[in-house]
Each structure stands twice: as structure tokens, then as C-alpha cells.
Write a protein that binds this ligand. Structure first.
Ligand code: FES
Length: 136
């Protein structure tokens, strides 16, 4: 089964495909928020990981995401790939924008994912994956 992303404080929910980043999944459904380079190089997309577990399939520079931020549950959605259901929180100064069909498409795919039993971890067994954070 694919993993589910929840974005607080709005409560928007959508499934993420195996190996897909948080940002890519959000954009696929038309959800948008403050981002920059989309390549892990600027840190503009930093969000709080409230719960769940992420990995980074590509290296993230210490200058972009420090170990202290990592420990506090800060993540880079443009590079972070969920390996469990995750909850992330937008910065208080940020706002989640939606496309006209974002919630409807996400709900349709969440319902579809409930009926499928596709193991998401199978495509994440690459040894290059680096644990990003695990919060509960
Ligand atoms: S958008 Fe630049 S690091 Fe994520």
C-alpha cells in the first residue's frame, strides 16, 4: 500500500507513490507551498516532520539541512521520500495552496490505495537510501 502524507494545519491528505518525494506527490495533486530550487540545494522548502519516517535517496548537504535540524524533525520535502505514513507541518508564515481538483483527486486515490495492497518498501530497497528522520 502506498503511504499517506498529511499536511498540517490544513489537514490535506494524499498518497505518495513508492520512491516519490513529498514535494513531487504534493505537486502531482496540485498542492503548493513555498519552495525554491526543488533539488535539495537551498533549504527554502524546509518543513517540520511531525510523525513518520523519511529517507533521502540523494545526499543532502549539511549546509542545507544541519544535523541539529535533522534531530528537531526538520525535513526537506523536495528530497525526502516517505517510508511510512507521514505528517508534516507548514511554517506558520506559509500557506498551502490547492488546485481546483486537489482534494477530490487525492481522496479518489486514497480510496483506490485502500483497495490495493502494493508494498511500497519494495522500490526503496536501494542501499543508497539514508535514513532521514523517525518521529512518532
Ligand atoms: S526547494 Fe531547495 S532545498 Fe528544497
Amino acid at each position: 500500500m502506498s503511504h499517506v502524507v498529511t499536511i498540517l494545519p490544513d489537514g490535506a491528505r494524499f498518497p505518495v507513490r513508492p520512491g516519490e518525494t513529498l514535494l513531487a506527490a504534493a505537486r502531482r495533486y496540485g498542492f503548493a507551498y513555498r519552495v525554491g530550487c526543488r533539488e535539495g540545494g537551498c533549504g527554502a522548502c524546509k518543513l517540520e516532520l511531525v510523525s513518520g519516517e523519511l529517507v533521502y535517496s540523494k545526499t543532502v548537504a549539511e549546509s542545507v539541512l544541519s544535523d541539529q535540524e535533522h534531530a528537531r524533525g526538520i525535513c526537506l520535502p523536495c528530497r525526502a521520500v516517505p517510508v511510512t505514513d507521514v505528517v508534516i507541518r507548514l511554517d506558520a508564515t506559509d500557506r498551502l495552496r490547492r488546485g481546483p481538483f486537489s482534494d477530490r483527486l487525492a481522496k479518489r486515490d486514497l480510496n483506490k490505495a485502500d483497495r490495493l495492497d502494493v508494498p511500497a518498501e519494495s522500490e526503496l530497497s536501494d542501499s543508497n537510501n539514508v535514513p532521514a528522520a523517525k518521529l512518532s
